[in-house]
Design a protein around this ligand. Sequence first.
Ligand code: GLN
Ligand code: ZN
Length: 769
Amino acid sequence: MITHNLGYPRIGSRRELKKACEQYWSGRMTAHELHQVAKSIRQENWQLQQKAGIDLLPCNDFSFYDHVLDTTLMVGAIPERYHALAAEQQLTETDLMFAMARGYQKNGYDITAMEMTKWFDTNYHYIVPEFTANQRFSFFSDKIIKEFNEAKRQGFSVKPVLLGPISFLLLGKKRGKDFHKLDLINNLLPVYLEVLKTLDNNGVHYIQFDEPCLSLDLGDKERSALVKVYDAIQKAFPYLHIILGGYFECYGNNLATVLSLPIQTIHIDLIRCPLQLDDILATGIAKKRINLSLGVVDGRNVWKNDFDESLKLINKAMDAVGSERVWIAPSCSLLHVPNDLELETDEQSLPLMVKDWMAFARQKIGEVVLLANLASESPSDEALHQFEQNRQSMNNRRISSFIHKQSVKERARSVAERDTYRDSVFQERKKKQNEALHLPLFPTTTIGSFPQTSEVRTWRSKWKKGELKIEEYDALLKEATKNSIEWQENIGIDVLVHGEFERNDMVEYFGEQLEGFVFTQHGWVQSYGSRCVKPPIIVGDVERKAPMTLDYTQYAQSLTVKPVKGMLTGPVTILQWSFVRNDQPRSETCLQIALAVRDEVADLEKAGIQIIQIDEPAIREGLPLRKENREAYLDWAIKAFKVSSSGVKDETQIHTHMCYAEFNDIIESIAKMDADVITIETSRSQMELLDAFAVFNYPNDIGPGVYDIHSPRVPSKEEMIQLMQKAMSVIPLQQLWVNPDCGLKTRNWDETKLALQEMVEAARYLRAL
Ligand code: GLN
Ligand code: ZN
């Protein structure tokens, strides 16, 4: 039985790669030093996997920035706008790659970066390849060859990992004249063959082609392209062992195609899709010569493997096809989990008992090897001992009173239909809210946060280190809040915010105050490039012990007669941006969070807060990859939002905020959320995103963002008026609010002040028309 791994985290256990890249970009590290850091991360990763006992290690899973971008460079799909730059500045391959990822504003050049978007349903972002009609490809970057040879020289038994040509094309975007991306396969395939030829010359035996597009709803054109490509590869390299990596979903409708491909090993994500094993075994696979790579160790979450469960699957597969044809692996690349649990030593944030239920990349590698040992004819004593301990851990978790709270479970179970809608319909509520709030036409507001200056962050870190007393920290935050309120009043904003100075992050801040969450010190995962995130971990039943935002909101409201908007993160976003417990459905966990938010909303209302915003920027990214699963998700996600927001009287105005770029396919669900006001990101699309709302006749109020907060640029009043007039041409003006695209925490005060003054002027102008 072979054990293998699909990919290892590339940032280093102490985020060495992040630090090195950032130093290099700022000129404080040489290219040579940067490459040394990369080399030692690769070596360390291989050593550790080999030492753990993995038979076949991945190579080319390393990347300075992103593996899709690496593929773009491998096949020479370098967009036109970088050509002159690369030639004139004689950029190295690494510098060209960084220019494509980050843009280039130096030596008189101003070239934009390539687009970035989320990798399937993960929080990892890839750089989107750009293709033109008749796009040419050529074997440009030989990174994969270099890394293969590097591993070989160091004595490791590796298989290069490569993004498959079909997924690569499907992940790209078209530029210029319209065409079908798959038509480019004729140009692309020869380059892949050339890469394989070179690898072959260097002695490659195994290769892993990742085709995660197989987790999507594909059509006949895509499926026949797959067959064509892998047939051609097999013909050209009959002795090459091809491992096909599909993950994040079942193969679904693509299964028959996958099984017909001339490949040697097919990988199955048995975490996302445990039932698929039966489907595959039912196809008579036993008669074919194909190996099954069982992805039984969760590559997307932080929990320890349940050996009993995994062994059931492994044994079933072995009974059907024989042990020599069964491989064991994580469900997908371990890129999406933190590096090493052993670095977590702070029992305050991560109690020992909870740590015992968890496994990060390094531990997961150990699990793969142990499972293979346990499934073998004569498991070692040590393995059997570990198995006993694994059962203990699983059992402790099942019965732990730290995470199982009957009262919380019962409350979630008894949520009634009546808890999911407001007393009156929107039109009724709007009348009452108008009377209570006296807002002008085109009310102005912001999305919540004001600049998180380094000063504000220093206060927090001093407080955390014990250098500031809690009263001192609190006084500083209140001072900042007071200044922000005064300033908002002075420039004439209608609905004020307190500014979120007390928040490190919009999810972590709430997680830290809720029961059921734990935190890590080093649990970083790559989000994009050098940016890493450290998601909170939801381990148990979620319960609110005390008000979470009341103090600062009430304080802010006490300073002004204008309404101050309470500011909360919604249940779906809290869920989506955390590692979530896997011992109950996500929908249940989400509902528990919704109830906690509902209680906070009630407390804010009781304290006289008339407007409350519940941010849900992550609703869309939780959308399942397959269309057939979307309705069920939207049902529970929207219900959770409604549970959190419906417990207030008609006069209380509920806002929500979303900052993503595609509303068309979920507009119906957004309408069902029934927030009195929704603020959205629209400025970069020149209000085009409003069309979905217009076509749907969206009835409630909308604040289309009038300026892009991602850029330091200060927009003029005229630009914003023009955008609002565009909005008015599709949405009745009585429904419109005026606000920026998103929170202002990443901006500085000078920009913010100028931009918001212009924004208020724009609203005044519109009112006077
Ligand atoms: N209220 C949050 C803020 O203003 C919203 C952030 C977000 O949408 N991502 O920062
Ligand atoms: Zn936003």
